[in-house]
Design a protein around this ligand. Sequence first.
Ligand code: PEP
Length: 244
Amino acid sequence: MRDKLIVGNWKMNGDLATNARLLGRLSTDWHATQGRALAVCVPAPYLAQARAALDGSDVAWGAQDVSEHRAGAYTGDVSASMVAEFGARYAIVGHSERRQLHGETDAIVSAKARAALAAGLTPIGCVGETLAERERGETDAVVARQLDALIEALGRDIARIVVAYEPVWAIGTGRTASAAQAQPVHAMLRSRLVRAGAGDVAVLYGGSVKANNAAALFAMPDIDGALVGGASLDADEFLMIGRA
Ligand code: PEP
């Protein structure tokens, strides 16, 4: 059985004092249990704080994005090697908010995943359909296209990433995909990963995961954990999801 991974995505939230309380709780109250791992992806300015608070604990940390470029005249961007210097293990790439608000294409997302791997980070590559795409019956086609772009760009290295299926209509809306809605999409993603020689890649679910719906999602055979937005800002709720 594949291990479960629960990753918090703080998005653009936090301040030094609030982070200190949250990270302190995670550091003291999360103890790695067999087959369960916990991580938080924080805004880049807080990577140093995350490292100071979590180093030596059972909680890993990461970034929410990295540049596809190694270095140079890219004002405002943060490179994967800069993130790695702060001890980060993960970098989210292709979150739907980046795709929608920053125009990130499949090609850019793939380049970001490659940059993350080259810096020693594990990319968490997000895929997911909009509500309109789901209603048109295009869910499988959309998420397959997004995953295939990563498979094509990364080749054998696809086995070194984490995938997160995040239906856009479920992110931050309180509308979770039911386990019965999510599982077939995960199974379809899994079959493509198997064909690419990467059947052991963790496929997380994301979209309004809470303590009261996590267990049903985690019971599905192809759901290997969660990418958690809003609920990861509350230590009790996030720890409960981790233990669900
Ligand atoms: C996310 O931002 O990746 C996410 C899943 O958000 P939320 O849990 O708030 O829906």
